[in-house]
Design a protein around this ligand. Structure first.
Ligand code: HEC
Length: 112
């Protein structure tokens, strides 16, 4: 439940009109196939794509919110130009992208 309290606070701060439940549903529908419902990326597709563990606080520090926003909008290709993560710019508006980044931040366990 702490996760949802944090997320609600983050959403209020960004004055988004999305509820925590909307964001979680968006995550489950569009992201969980690779990143896992829990963000660990321990799904079959996640392992194939090589996703990293969003519950790892060190990995979370590795990318800025802006970088995350860019990647969600534009997707990601590997060095051979093969799509690793698809672009969501047409599926989500800016508020939805920001909200899902806030959601990702709630997945990290506190630094050890
Ligand atoms: C087809 C599988 C797939 C799906 C679906 C997917 N991702 Fe990813 N995602 C990846 C891969 C692969 C990486 C890169 C891991 C690496 O090499 O750093 C990644 C990385 C990321 C990163 C880290 C960016 C960085 O700079 O390190 C964010 C943030 C992210 N994904 C958000 C999302 C969100 C939000 C969704 C749903 C809207 C989503 N992803 C859906 C495969 C996926």
């Amino acid at each position: 439940m702490k996760k949802f309290a944090l997320l609600t606070a983050a959403l209020l701060a960004s004055s988004a009109v999305l509820s925590a439940a909307d964001v979680a549903a968006n995550w489950d529908a569009n992201c969980a196939s690779c990143h896992g419902k829990d963000g660990k990326g321990a799904t079959k597709a996640g392992r194939t794509a090589g996703v990293k563990d969003f519950t790892d606080a060190a990995y979370q520090k590795d990318f800025t919110d802006q970088k995350a926003v860019d990647q969600i909008k534009n997707g990601m290709k590997d060095k051979d130009g093969k799509e690793k993560m698809k672009a969501f710019a047409e599926k989500m508006n800016d508020d939805e992208v920001k909200a899902v980044v806030a959601y990702i931040r709630t997945l990290a366990a506190p630094a050890k």
